[in-house]
Design a binder for this molecule. Structure first.
Ligand code: ADP
Ligand code: ZN
Length: 730
C-alpha cells in the first residue's frame, strides 16, 4: 500500500463488469499490480467476485471517495481486450440502448479462458544413449527421432512397447522433459493451398476482393451473385489476402446447419478448417477458441452472429455470408443485427467488410445503389449451369384435390423428375403437421395456455406444440371441450403433412423430411444432407432450412407448396422476405448443369413478388420495393424503433405503455405510434403492448427514446421493457 495517500494518490481504474450496469465502476489498483486499459481483472462486487474489463486510462469516478474504493483482486494473465473492441462495445450499448455491462458480457462468454491454457509436458530426445540397447529400446529411439516431441504413452504406443521401456530410457538420460505451449485449436490456413480455377467473371470480382482483403481501411463491398455463381469461392480470395497480410478474419454464417459443408469447402481451399463458433460448440472448445483468438493464434473464425463479440487480437476482415438472412437479428436481451454491427465494427477498427448474397436486403441494396457500398456482381452460374425455369401454379385455376396440398401440375412434375433419376424439393415454411387443430363437433381450437397462439400438431412426436414458448402436450384423442372422440381435424399443411401426402401418393419414392425440430439434431441433419447430396433420396420436403446455401447435384425440381405464406402478415418486410426465400429455394435447382425448373403454388399470381420471381427479374423487384419504402419513409429511408411493454396483466402492460407515450417529447422529426397490442399479444403468460417510433433518416432516435424513458415512470411490479432499434418485423 502507498505509505502516504496525500502525496501519492491511490491509483484507480474504471472496470466494466458483465452485468446490467450502465457504466464502469472504480477500483483501486493495489501496489505491485499492473492493469492497463483492456486488462481482464477480477473485482469484488457486493459479496461476489466477478471478472470485468478495465475500461479507460482516465482515473475513475469522482463520485466515490478514493479511500473507500475496493481493490482489484486479480489481473488475469490474458491478452487485453483491444481498444477498437472496447469502442465497439460502447457503440453497441449506446445504439441499442442496452447497459454497456450487458454488451461486455457478450465479449466475456468464456470465463475459464482468462487463465492461460496449461502447457503440455512432453519428452524430447537427447544425444545420450544407454550402453545396453535392446530391440524394444532401439524401436523407441528410432520412432522418437521422427518427431521432436512425444508424450510418454504416445511414444510407447507408436513404437509398440510398454511405457516402462520409455521410462527406462528417460531415467538413463536418453530423453528430457520439456514443456510446450498448448496445441492450437485449429491448424493454420494456407492461403495458397487449393486456389480454384475461375471463370472470367469470377476472376474479375476475386481480383477486386483480394485487393480489398489486404487493405487496412474501412470499406463495405456488396458481393451480389446469382445462386450458384460461386460467391464463396470468390470471397475466399479476400480471406486469402487478409491471411497473407497477417491479419485475422471472421466469416459470419446465418445457420449452423450450413456450417458443415462450409467447413469442408474452406478446408479444401485452405488446407485446414477455420475455428467454429456457435451454440453447439462445447464449453471446453469455446474457452480454447476464445483464448487463441485473443492471442492471435487463430487466424480464421467461422461462426454465428455472436462471433462478432470475440476478442480478436488483430481483426482485418469480416465477411457476412447470406447477409439478408433474418437469423442475423438477435432478439433476446440485446437486440442487434449482426450484419449492421459487423459494418460498425469495421468502421471503428478500420477494416473492410464484405456482404455476400444472391438476394441482398433492401437496406444493403440501397447503400450499394447510392455508392456508400461498393457493388460487385456475378451474373451467371459457375460452369455450364443455367438458372431454373420458373413458373407460377395458380391454385385458383388448378387446385389440389380435396385434403391435398400438391397441385396436379406439381405432382406430374415430381413424377417426371423422379423418373429421370433426379430429385425434387418441396418447400413449405411451416414445421409440424398442421398449424391448427379443431374439433369438428363443437369447434374448439387448441390454443397455447400461456400465449395467444394456436398449438401446432406435430404428429411424428405425437404432440401439440406452441412454437413461441415451447409448450407441448400429448395429442389428445377426445376434445377437451365436448369430450367427443376422434373428431379432431387438422387445418392447413405443415411439412409433415406434405411428407404424408407423398408417402401416400408415391409410396415407392424415397422421401426425406428436413425440419429443425426433428429428433437427432444437428448430426442427423448433416447425415440427411449428405444422403441427399449423394442422390439417396427422390423427394426432399423441408422448411426454410433447405432453402439456404445447399448444393445438391441432382436436384432439378423445386416446388413451393404455399408461396403466399409469408405475405399474409401485415409486416412491411413481408414482400422482401418472401422474395428472398422463394428466390433462394428455387436456386437449389439445377446447380450442376442439368435442366431444371421451379413451380410456385400461389393464390396471388398477380402479386408483384410472384411476378418478379416467375420472370426472374430481380431488378424489377428491388426497384419497386425500394420506391415503396421511400414513399412510406420506411427503412432505410426512415428510422424505426419498437418498444414492447410486457406485464403479468393486460391492464398493467397497457397503462405503462400509455405512460411512456405520454412522456414522449415533441419532436418535428419523430413520431410515436401506439400503444397497440403486440402482434403476439400474450407470450409466455405475459401481456404485451407495443409502441413504434418512426422518424426521418437523420432523426435522433436514441436520444428521443432516452428522453421518453427518463420522463416515464420506472417500470414497477411485473412490468418489463424491450427496446428494439431497427426492428426486423413490425
Ligand atoms: P453461391 O454461394 O454463389 O450460390 P457457391 O459458392 O456455393 O455459389 O458455388 C456453387 C458451386 O459451384 C459449388 O459447388 C462450388 O464449389 C462450385 N464452384 C464455384 N466456383 C467454382 C470454381 N471457380 N471452381 C470450382 N468450383 C466452383
Ligand atoms: Zn406458448
Amino acid at each position: 500500500m502507498t505509505a502516504n495517500g496525500e502525496l501519492f494518490p491511490q491509483r484507480t481504474v474504471p472496470v466494466l463488469v458483465p452485468l446490467p450496469v450502465d457504466r464502469p465502476y472504480s477500483y483501486a489498483v493495489p501496489e505491485g499490480m499492473e492493469a492497463e486499459p483492456g486488462s481482464i481483472v477480477q473485482v469484488p462486487l457486493g459479496p461476489r467476485q466477478v471478472a470485468g474489463i478495465v475500461w479507460e486510462t482516465a482515473d475513475g469516478d469522482d463520485r466515490v471517495d478514493p479511500k473507500k474504493l475496493r481493490p482489484l483482486t486479480q489481473v488475469f494473465d490474458c491478452p487485453p481486450i483491444a481498444e477498437d473492441m472496447r469502442r465497439f462495445i460502447d457503440w453497441v450499448a449506446d445504439y441499442t440502448l442496452t447497459p454497456p455491462g450487458l454488451v461486455a458480457r457478450m465479449a466475456l462468454r468464456a470465463p475459464a479462458a482468462f487463465d492461460p491454457e496449461p502447457w503440455i509436458e512432453g519428452l524430447e530426445l537427447t544425444s545420450e544413449r544407454p550402453e545396453r540397447i535392446t530391440d524394444a529400446r532401439r524401436r523407441v529411439l528410432e520412432t522418437a527421432a521422427e518427431t521432436q516431441l512425444w508424450t510418454k504413452s504416445g511414444l510407447a504406443h507408436a513404437a509398440g512397447v510398454t511405457p516402462s521401456v520409455v521410462d527406462g530410457l528417460h531415467k538413463l538420460g536418453a530423453f528430457r522433459t520439456v514443456k510446450v505451449p498448448p496445441q492450437p485449436a485449429v491448424a493454420l490456413p494456407d492461403p495458397g493451398f487449393g486456389r480454384a480455377e475461375m471463370s472470367a467473371e469470377q476472376r474479375q470480382a476475386a481480383d477486386e476482393l483480394s485487393k480489398t482483403g489486404a487493405e487496412r481501411a474501412f470499406s463495405v463491398t456488396l458481393l451480389e451473385g446469382v445462386t450458384g455463381s460461386g460467391k464463396t469461392e470468390v470471397y475466399f480470395e479476400a480471406v486469402a489476402a487478409a491471411i497473407e497480410a497477417g491479419r485475422q478474419v471472421l466469416i459470419l454464417l446465418p445457420e449452423i446447419a450450413l456450417t458443415q459443408s462450409f467447413l469442408d469447402r474452406f478446408h479444401d481451399r485452405f488446407g485446414a478448417p477455420p475455428a467454429e463458433w456457435h451454440s453447439d460448440i462445447s464449453p471446453k472448445q469455446r474457452e480454447k477458441i476464445w483464448r487463441q483468438v485473443a492471442e492471435g493464434r487463430i487466424k480464421v473464425v467461422a461462426g454465428a452472429r455472436s462471433a462478432l463479440f470475440l476478442p480478436f487480437d488483430d481483426l482485418g476482415l469480416v465477411i457476412v455470408d447470406e447477409e439478408h438472412d433474418p437469423a442475423y437479428k438477435q432478439e433476446d436481451r440485446t437486440f442487434y443485427h449482426a450484419r449492421d454491427m459487423a459494418v460498425v465494427r469495421g468502421r471503428i477498427a478500420g477494416f473492410p467488410v464484405i456482404l455476400a448474397s444472391a438476394t441482398p436486403s433492401v437496406e444493403t441494396r440501397v447503400n450499394a445503389d447510392l455508392g456508400r457500398y461498393r457493388h460487385l456482381r456475378l451474373e451467371s452460374r459457375y460452369s455450364e449451369a443455367a438458372l431454373p425455369d420458373l413458373s407460377l401454379v395458380d391454385l385458383r385455376r388448378a387446385p389440389p384435390a380435396r385434403g391435398r396440398f400438391v397441385s396436379p401440375v406439381l405432382m406430374t412434375a415430381i413424377k417426371e423428375t423422379i423418373a429421370k433419376g433426379q430429385q425434387a424439393l418441396l418447400f413449405l415454411n411451416r414445421r409440424g403437421y398442421a398449424p391448427l387443430t379443431l374439433c369438428r363437433v363443437c369447434g374448439h381450437r387448441f390454443q397455447c395456455p400461456s400465449c395467444s397462439t394456436w398449438l401446432v400438431d406435430h404428429r411424428l412426436r405425437g404432440t401439440l406444440q406452441c412454437h413461441h414458448c415451447g409448450f407441448e402436450v400429448k395429442r389428445p384423442e377426445a376434445c377437451p371441450e365436448c369430450g367427443t372422440l376422434d373428431h379432431l381435424v387438422a387445418c392447413g399443411p405443415g411439412v409433415e403433412r406434405i411428407a404424408e401426402e407423398m408417402l401416400t401418393d408415391l409410396p415407392d419414392a424415397r422421401t426425406i423430411l428436413l425440419s429443425s425440430d426433428l429428433p437427432g439434431g444437428a448430426r442427423r441433419l448433416r447425415r440427411e444432407l449428405d444422403a441427399i447430396a449423394e442422390g439417396e433420396a427422390d423427394i426432399v420436403i423441408g422448411t426454410q432450412l433447405v432453402a439456404k446455401g445447399h448444393h445438391f447435384p441432382l436436384m432439378t425440381l423445386v416446388g413451393a407448396i404455399d408461396a403466399d405464406l409469408g405475405l399474409a402478415n401485415g409486416d412491411p418486410r413481408a414482400a422482401e422476405r418472401t422474395f428472398q426465400l422463394l428466390h433462394q429455394v428455387t436456386g437449389r435447382a439445377g446447380r450442376t448443369g442439368l435442366a431444371s425448373r421451379g413451380l410456385i403454388q400461389t393464390y396471388q399470381s398477380e402479386h408483384p413478388v410472384m411476378r418478379a420471381i416467375a420472370s426472374g427479374d430481380t431488378e424489377a423487384f428491388y426497384r419497386r420495393e425500394i420506391a415503396e419504402r421511400e414513399r412510406a419513409q420506411l427503412p432505410p429511408f426512415g428510422r424505426l424503433a419498437a418498444v414492447v411493454v410486457s406485464a403479468n396483466t393486460r391492464k398493467e402492460a397497457e397503462s405503462h405503455a400509455r405512460a411512456i407515450r405520454k412522456a414522449a417529447p415533441d419532436d418535428p422529426d419523430l413520431e410515436m405510434l401506439g400503444p397497440a397490442e403486440a402482434p403476439i399479444a400474450v407470450l409466455r403468460g405475459r401481456h404485451r403492448f407495443r409502441l413504434l417510433v418512426q422518424g426521418s433518416r437523420r432523426a435522433p432516435l436514441q436520444s428521443y427514446l432516452r428522453a421518453t424513458l427518463a420522463g416515464a415512470p420506472n417500470p414497477r411490479g411485473s412490468v418489463q421493457l424491450q427496446i428494439d432499434i431497427d426492428p426486423q418485423s413490425f
